[in-house]
Design a protein around this ligand. Structure first.
Ligand code: C2E
Ligand code: CA
Ligand code: CA
Length: 566
């Protein structure tokens, strides 16, 4: 191989006149001179006369060295020790080493310790030495190339494509063995990146990768990084994943700042007739089923999940025709200003329902997350916004007044570059005011890509839309961040009402959030208020607006009109 050789796929480090670097570790002057004479035309040569010097050079040039020629007998350190140290060091082990020795005994030991080859002393003919050097370098570069294409560069694990190939091979050798497919990811990894920085996040991923690999070596199986913070494991069936996951998390957390939580989806005893990717899809679905759970860390794919999947596929298939046939219906739930003695209607929230001809009423809690994951939410939301704006217009004409209606804007909609144009168009086409249409944006959207969201929301607000931060308290906004956010109303997450008014609950958290809303000078809406006790308590604490079953459930437009005529 000459210095012009290019290797497809990997950057060509040796284009042009660059020569490969070879380190010669040899304490005898004559031998050094001889090797120098043989090699200097083809290689860039470095020399070390002692073991210490050799190790220093190898560490300093770990990225660029193509080969080390290592004499086993050196004045300070035994050559075999040097070999051992290099082969045990993850950063150095790729460097091929040819051992120079006059002792045939050590040849075998050198090869066992990881030497690529040996050259016996006295030195053989020039051509023999050259051929051995060339071959060692070539083999190691080919191996690098294979690693380069097969592996994920951060963790050193297989990448997804190669993983599937190896999994197929794994099956060939374990055809009769019950096997599990696992998908493993980290809860709120983006928050770890955001709080501690990307380098820290990378370190966590590396550690998890290393732990998984260790387990796979111990118990059998193969591992890969699927993408971002998601790993896959294909291994002999077992039932103690809870314990294993705890062990991995404990090891990774041991001396790190942010504590990670792992979430694992298991498709146990896979059906080997299924395509490999589908098996991992099942595991992924299992993992997703506990996405919002704080207690579960392992979920197993089962019949229930399978039925849910069939159901979900049905909904996805039916979406477009349902939209055309206007099967989606917008309901309205009133909001009441509770500050006056008698509560006053002050607005409504638009909530979509699907009146499916065969499945009956389907709740948005089921189809909204599904559509968000499959790129359909934008079309649905556009439809809901249009229907809502048209309704506001009708009420305006019929009753001579309008109540502002808030619509939900999915976090996925926030990525749509045409969002502002779409919304402005809807307002204009229906002849309503910007202030008639409030936009509810869930708090967690703000934490995902804070900067981008803040820009989009500020733009909408400048146009005149009022922004309600939905599900407040469920996300991770810091106080610092909040004061910089463009919002007009906070909507307290329903969970706070549930917890405050259950058994041993108290209203402490609600009071804290009310303090926040006061310090931001924005009104607070409490939703999910179901009883008079809850309503009166909230009123007493200083909550401005209340929405919930206590006043009314979401209802069709026709029914809602009775609130407008009162
Ligand atoms: P959300 O925005 O937090 O809406 C509040 C949910 O609480 C609604 O559920 C509402 O019916 C329910 N609710 C209201 N008062 C009470 C109460 O007193 N007690 C209880 N237990 N529940 C109450 P719904 O209509 O099933 O909607 C669920 C979620 O689906 C919504 O949560 C929202 O995130 C999403 N969603 C609904 N419509 C749309 C839409 O048009 N577009 C988008 N992107 N998402 C929507
Ligand atoms: Ca909402
Ligand atoms: Ca909400």
């Amino acid at each position: 191989m000459n210095s012009q050789t290019t290797m497809s796929g990997m950057p060509d480090l040796y284009a042009g006149d660059r020569k490969r670097q070879v380190l010669i570790v040899e304490d005898e002057f004559v031998n050094r001179e001889l090797l120098n004479a043989y090699l200097e035309n083809d290689y860039e040569l470095l020399f070390a006369e002692t073991g210490a010097e050799a190790l220093e050079t190898i560490h300093a040039r770990s990225e660029t060295l193509s080969l080390v020629l290592l004499d086993l007998i050196l004045p300070d350190i035994n050559g075999l020790d040097i070999l051992r140290r290099i082969k045990q060091d993850a950063d150095l082990t790729r460097i091929p080493i040819i051992v120079l020795t006059s002792d045939t005994e050590s040849e075998v030991e050198s090869l066992n310790t990881g030497a690529s080859d040996f050259i016996s002393k006295p030195y053989p003919r020039h051509e023999v030495i050259m051929a051995r050097i060339r071959r060692s370098i070539e083999l190691s570069e080919n191996r690098d190339l294979i690693r380069w294409t097969e592996r994920d560069h951060l963790t050193g694990l297989f990448n997804r494509d190669y993983f599937y190939r190896y999994a197929e091979q794994y099956d060939l050798f374990h055809a009769e063995e019950p096997t599990d497919a696992l998908v493993l990811d980290i809860s709120h990894f983006h928050m770890i990146n955001e709080r501690f920085g990307k380098a820290y996040g990378d370190e966590i991923l590396r550690r998890i990768g290393a732990e998984l690999l260790r387990m796979a070596r111990l118990y059998g199986g193969i591992v890969c990084r699927r993408e971002a913070d998601t790993f896959q494991v294909y291994c002999p069936h077992r039932t103690d994943y809870e314990a294993l996951v705890r062990q991995i998390a404990d090891t990774v957390n041991a001396d790190m700042l942010g504590h990670i939580r792992l979430r694992v989806g298991v498709y146990a005893e896979v059906d080997k007739r299924l395509e490999m990717e589908r098996r991992f899809d099942h595991a992924k679905d299992a993992a997703n089923s506990i996405r919002n759970s704080y207690s579960a860390s392992v979920a197993v794919y089962d019949d229930r999940l399978h039925e849910q999947e069939v159901f979900a596929e049905r909904l996805l298939d039916d979406f477009h025709s349902a939209l055309e046939q206007k099967q989606f219906i917008v309901f309205f739930q009133p909001k009441f200003d509770v500050r006056p003695d008698t509560p006053v209607l002050c607005g409504a929230e638009a909530l979509v329902r699907w009146k499916h001809p065969e499945l009956g009423m389907v709740s948005p809690g089921v189809f909204v997350p599904l559509f968000e994951g499959h790129g359909l939410i934008r079309d649905l939301d556009n439809y809901v916004w249009r229907e809502t704006a048209a309704q506001i217009r009708i009420w305006k004409e019929r009753f001579g007044r309008s109540v502002p209606v808030s619509v939900n804007v999915s976090r996925i909609d926030m990525m749509d570059p045409e969002l502002a144009d779409t919304l402005c168009g809807i307002v204009r086409e229906n002849g309503i005011d910007f202030s008639d249409l409030h936009l509810e944006i869930t708090e967690s959207a703000y934490t995902e890509d804070a900067k981008q969201i803040v820009e989009v929301v500020s733009g909408l607000r400048d146009k005149g839309f009022r922004i309600e931060m939905d599900d407040f308290g469920s996300g991770y906004s810091s106080l610092n961040m909040l004061s910089a956010l463009p919002i007009d109303v906070l909507k307290l997450d329903m969970m706070f009402i549930r917890t405050a008014f259950s058994g041993a609950g108290n209203t402490r958290m609600i009071e804290i959030i009310l303090d926040i809303s006061h310090s931001l000078s924005v009104p607070m809406i409490a939703e999910g208020v179901e009883t008079e006790e809850q309503m009166l308590t909230l009123k007493k604490l200083g909550c401005d607006i209340v929405q919930g079953y206590y006043f009314a459930k979401p209802m069709p437009a026709g029914e809602f009109e009775s609130f407008l005529t009162r």
